[in-house]
Structures are given as structure tokens and as C-alpha cells.
Design a protein around this ligand. Sequence first.
Ligand code: NAD
Length: 311
Amino acid sequence: MANYLVTGGAGFIGSNLVRALLEAGHSVRVLDNFETGKKDNLEEIKDRIELIEGDIRDPDICGSACKDMEVVLHLAALGSVPRSVSDPATSNTVNIGGTVNMLWAAKQAKSRRVVFAASSAAYGESPELPKQEDMTPAPISPYGVTKLTCEHYCRVFYLNYGLESFALRYFNVFGPRQDPTSQYAAVIPMFVSALLRGRRPVVFGDGEQTRDFTYIDNVIQANMLAADAPNAQGQVINIACHDQISLNRILDILRELMHTDIAAEYTDPRPGDIKHSLADISRAKKLLGFEPRIDFEQGIRLAIDWYKANL
Ligand SMILES: NC(=O)c1ccc[n+]([C@@H]2O[C@H](COP(=O)([O-])OP(=O)(O)OC[C@H]3O[C@@H](n4cnc5c(N)ncnc54)[C@H](O)[C@@H]3O)[C@@H](O)[C@H]2O)c1
């Protein structure tokens, strides 16, 4: 049992993580400003957590949030590539400035560990697959730059202050509570909600782009292991399923599972989006003991069930 701070705990990944921590018997504090997260995501557990409504751009809020916290799972960020392309300055201030505030606050509060939610967007467009953590990163979006910069800050805080901070590089996470309604919604919630409403899903590009889609439970498993892994400090660790799936293939699977034949509408590719992505996850296996348990098809069935019940 430990005291956990989850920043961004009202968001998609954070709110699932908070539930898993509570189930494991931990005490949980959430820091969130509800920029993209929702109070609804925490509704039925609100009496079991401590909620601080505040902004990670405010160092004093970060300081109070870290008080007495042993482990900080830092997920609060502006998470979208297109959003960062339209407004790089705000993504920069929230994602980088906010992370430096959180790391400093965790150090001052003598927290033991900070686990940072990094992104495969750090890799950029290099053609080599699978992506290994030692490859030279070359992000092609402001979002990717912010996430990569924070990885360096985590390593530097470990080197300079001994704060056990490190980065988990998530690859396209999906599952319950991922918002389909935002203008920056991710692809799976957009496709599922369009098909459920009898509308044509919109594909940016030819649909042959691939991603290593990772069901939320696998990301939760990685975070739970990360809290105590003995040799992870200062590292960057891919978290994914090592499974490459194209958007067209996802649409085929969804149409079959949802018993529909609605065709997609293809439009221009979006700036900042990469073409292919696939993770090498051997470092996660070695350093965390990570093993993905839910594969894409199992995950997509669970996600469809959730959207059917909750949309
Ligand atoms: N979803 C993915 O596929 C994916 C992939 C790679 C990395 N990540 C990272 O994982 C983290 C969580 O992503 P998510 O998909 O759950 O996104 P999300 O938007 O659902 O969650 C982010 C949360 O951070 C909060 N937040 C934003 N700005 C804040 C601020 N200034 N102060 C306090 N709280 C703030 C939001 O309100 C929200 O609750 C993010 O850091 C994201 O970059 C996500």
C-alpha cells in the first residue's frame, strides 16, 4: 500500500489507472484541471479518492499535490498531435513547463518515484521498425517534441537529484472512457462512435498507415509494475503490444464485429501524423516484467461493448 498521485487522473488513461490503484488497495490523489478530462470519469469513485482541481502550470498546486506522495504517475498533458500543430505554444507550456513543475515538486516533497507518460510520437518518421528505445528520436510534431523533452527532464532529475523518474513511451492506447467527442479524438473512438451512429468513419490518408494499438489494461499493468521496478530509473521504455495494424484493417474488424457495411470516407492526411509504428517491447519485458495480456481483437471487443453501453 502506498500513496499515489495521478496527474491527469480524470482523463482516459488516468481514470482507468486510478481504478486499478484503488482495487490494489492504494491511496490515490488526483490532480486535474478538467481541460480534456471529465468529472464523470471519476463519478462512482469520487468518495474514495482525494481530488485536487488545479493546473500543472501552477508550481504551488504541484507542490501541494505532491505532499506525502510516494509515487507520482504523471499523465496530465495536452495529448493530441493536431492540437499541438494548431497551437504549439500551449502544448509546450502545459506539457514541458507542467512536467518540470511536477518533477521539481516531487523532488521537494521527497517523493520516491515519478513515472512519466511519454509517447511513441518521439520516434517520428524514421522507416526502421520495430522502434527501439536506443534509436535517435526525431519527432515530426510539436507534441512529439514536448514528450521527448520531458523524457530528458526525467533522466536529468534522476541524474542530478536522485529522483527515481523515468518515461513509459505509450503507443496508441485505446479502451473504455477514451473520448470520442473531442475535436481531437483518437481514431478508435472516432471509428466506433461513427459506426454506432450509422455514420461514415473519416480516415485521414489512405488508411494503410499502421499503429501498434495497445489496450488500456496493458498500459495499466505497465504503470503498476513501474512503481516498483528496481532498474527503471532514468530510462525510456516502450509500452505496446508489438502488433502492427492498419486503419483499414481496423475498419474491417469493426464492421464485422458491429455487423455493418458502412464505408469509410477518405480525406487528406493530417500534418504531424506518422505513417507506420510498431514497438520493440523487449526492454519493458526485461526492466518491468511487462507482458501484454489483452491483444487487439480482445481489446476492441471490450471497447465496443463499453461504447455501446455508454455512448
Ligand atoms: N492515449 C494515447 O494513445 C497516448 C499515447 C501516448 C501517450 N499518451 C499520454 O498519456 C497521457 C494521458 O493521455 P490520455 O489519452 O488519457 O489523454 P486525456 O486527454 O484523456 O488525459 C489527459 C488529462 O490531463 C488533464 N490535463 C490537461 N492539461 C492539464 C493541466 N494543465 N493541468 C492539469 N491537468 C491537465 C486533462 O484534463 C485530462 O484529464 C498524456 O500525457 C498523453 O500524452 C497517451
